[in-house]
Design a protein around this ligand. Sequence first.
Ligand code: PEP
Ligand code: MN
Length: 354
Amino acid sequence: MIMNDLKPIFADVDSSRPLLIAGPCSAETEEQVMTTAHALAREGVQIFRAGVWKPRTKPGGFEGVGEPGLAWLRRVKAETGMYTATEVATRAHVEAALRYEVDLLWIGARTAANPFAMQEIADALQGVDVPVLVKNPVSPDLELWIGALERIYNAGIRRLGAVHRGFTWVDRSIYRNHPFWTIPIELRRRIPGLPLFCDPSHIGGKRELIAPLAQQAMDLGFEGLLVEAHCSPDEAWSDKAQQVEPQLLAFILRNLIIRDMNTTTDNLNELRRQIDKLDDELIDLLARRMKVSGEIGRYKKEHNLSVLQSQRYEEILARRARQAVELGMDREFMRSVMQAIHEESIRQQMKVIE
Ligand code: PEP
Ligand code: MN
């Protein structure tokens, strides 16, 4: 689905800078919400977030203050002029948030993973004009994310955006949720007009990672950021390690380098031509390599040898990874390239043998 009739999230918010949504993970008390909101407004933030219903992995944690929090958001809007945003996960949440005139709704990662919940929310949004952001589902599954976005789009929502907040992954890493940047990049290719937001707080899971992740998102041309900020982060009732004080957030944002994604100079065009030419050569080389694999397949068939010869494969991987490091490339990168090439070679050989 192309979605080529999307509208700006907020037409009156300057779009030459990344659209920034900031505020605490959770609305905890009226005082915490108001103090954080005033501090953010002083720093020039125009859209304020706070979760009033919190999806928790296990029962018994702080599950949000519920409807009273919506009244605090209304007060934030009245006193600071900021737009407000909250997470919705059910029809009742949508209806309550709209009753309190929350300006933007987002759908959390756990909800986005559930088509029943997504459809219920979409049905509740039918005929309503409110901006909606859909976070990526917890699993690295682009189709599930696109499906969730399509349900909201099909309900008639045209102020729509996607939030990249990282994915649950089995490998330990420095991130709380692994970014897998290729997934949002592929989403951009599939739905080019859809604004992309990055949530560096939930990807990183710690304060120190907000700046580098936000910068990466800017370098990739994301349109906005969703960041957690709290008046006293160390006392936050949820996600304390990843929240920052409003002033620190403002400092981080002032230091972001915003690159111009649209103007391409002649120089850049020339470099891109070089890349295209090298890619042509790469593909041609790969095709030639596959032909040789086919020959090997035929030889193995004639001599009744097995297709997979793991010792030889291990040697290739190790040798090429070493060579790559000598040439300034990453070892793991080269191992995955060689693995992908090997997989295709095996497929070519199997074709010959069948
Ligand atoms: C949040 O934004 O506080 C939140 C719960 O995020 P996610 O759905 O990305 O886990
Ligand atoms: Mn949070």
